[in-house]
Design a protein around this ligand. Structure first.
Ligand SMILES: Cc1cc2nc3c(=O)[nH]c(=O)nc-3n(C[C@H](O)[C@H](O)[C@H](O)COP(=O)(O)OP(=O)(O)OC[C@H]3O[C@@H](n4cnc5c(N)ncnc54)[C@H](O)[C@@H]3O)c2cc1C
Length: 281
């Protein structure tokens, strides 16, 4: 059963960077490993994620690393900063965990870290959490997201049984950001170009000719785009809430700390707007 980050128990894992690989111009893979990962597993969900713990600049913690002690002894601004990343691959035999980072410029913590990190560096993280895996009883599957959701969509497509009916839309910067995914499902790669993030994705999902039957959907990415898609799927298409895995993975103009802090209110507002409309419809 997944241990949900943000809730107790909050025992961090410690790992070392084993290798890095630039998958595309804006996607960097960082593979973590080490003896301590013998206590880790991530086999239940296809959207498993971990919360990396970055010490703020200039802060060091006593060994052995203990979150409870840090919370007791350090002021809040010196607690580790968390950044959330999907488990792209978990190789239990070799204890290797692959995370794929969007390189979205010089801003932020995790993106720039992934670009510069070298093998041997120690990394601490909480998790895994996770909540989704394609429902084998669904008639068809819809997977949609931007590059932040690419790792989870790819892992989900790879987990679909042969012959499963699925439509996958992934918005990326351009053709150079497309990745090979080991699946029979043909991914529709949407090239953002100069358009605002999420616009191409919303248009493509809205344009899909929905097949008959029960859909199980996984939709994640930039928060405003996800909000639009939630309205479409939940209100216009009346997909039951339990058949939708849908949330903002990041929010334009907000770092993860800001986004996560405002997310409960953001979600509550969407819920009120969209569910109000849904029940009135
Ligand atoms: C469950 C879950 C799983 C996730 N899995 C992945 C994953 O596998 N790979 C991945 O790359 N991301 C993933 N994300 C998103 C990632 O956590 C955020 O993008 C995070 O904000 C990146 O941290 P940062 O330190 O690089 O940038 P921050 O310090 O958080 O943000 C700095 C600035 O960069 C902008 N920004 C943040 N992310 C992006 C982006 N993707 N594109 C353009 N601008 C951006 C912010 O709006 C802000 O203005 C996931 C999020 C969740 C909740």
């Amino acid at each position: 059963m997944a241990d949900r980050p943000g809730r107790k128990p909050r025992k961090p894992h410690t790992a070392q960077v084993v290798r890095t690989e630039r998958l595309t111009p804006h996607m960097q893979r960082v593979v973590l490993g080490g003896e301590a990962l013998s206590a880790f597993s991530a086999d239940t969900c296809t959207d498993h994620y971990v919360k990396l713990l970055f010490p703020p600049e200039g802060v060091t913690y006593p060994e052995s690393f203990d979150m409870e002690r840090i919370r007791e002894e350090f002021p809040r601004e010196q607690w580790p900063v968390t950044r959330t990343y999907t488990v792209r691959h978990w190789d239990a035999e070799h204890r290797e965990l692959a995370l794929d980072f969007v390189i979205h410029g010089d801003e932020g913590l995790a993106g720039p870290w992934a670009k510069r990190v070298r093998p041997g560096e120690t990394v601490r993280f909480l998790g895994p959490g996770g909540a989704y895996a394609p429902d084998p009883t669904a008639d068809w599957h819809l997977l949609a997201g931007d590059e932040s959701a690419l790792p989870a969509i790819a892992r989900s497509l790879e987990a679909l049984p042969d012959g499963a009916r699925a439509f996958a839309f992934i918005e990326v910067d351009g053709e150079q950001e497309e990745q090979k995914i080991d699946s029979d499902v043909e991914v529709v790669w949407l090239h953002r170009g100069d358009r605002p993030v999420g616009q191409a994705l919303v248009e493509a999902v809205r344009g899909l000719d929905f097949p008959e039957g029960r859909v199980h959907a996984f939709v994640h990415g930039e928060a405003a785009c996800v909000k639009e898609l939630r309205r479409f799927l939940r209100v216009e298409r009346e997909i039951p809430r339990e058949d939708l895995s849908i949330s903002g993975y990041w929010r334009l103009g907000h770092n993860e700390d800001g986004w996560q802090a405002s997310k409960p209110e953001w979600n509550a507002r969407i819920e009120a707007e969209q569910e109000g409309t849904a029940s009135a419809a």
